[in-house]
Design a protein. Structure first.
Length: 82
């Protein structure tokens, strides 16, 4: 099933579980889907084990009408995004 021009957004913050971010993010990219990562600020965040995780844009700039899905990977990040 193709997403027909809609994006999948991943919300990230410090403490995000890297595997829960990178695996689905990269698999969707491999399938040719448009994915984007978003944080409170654009830039790099530190994953739970210390890996850098990109926040390509801000959460504030996301538009729900452009999104197919919103993914919130685990780790400590969901608590920081509340």
């Amino acid at each position: 099933m193709r997403l027909r021009g809609k994006k999948v957004a991943f919300l990230v913050a410090d403490g995000v579980e890297e595997l829960e971010f990178f695996v689905p993010y990269m698999r969707l990219q491999e399938e040719g889907e448009e994915v984007i990562s978003a944080g409170v600020k654009a830039g790099m965040v530190k994953g739970k084990t210390g890996l850098d995780v990109p926040a390509e844009t801000t959460i504030e700039s996301l538009r729900s009408g452009e999104l197919f899905a919103l993914v919130v990977p685990g780790g400590w990040a969901p608590d920081k995004l509340r």
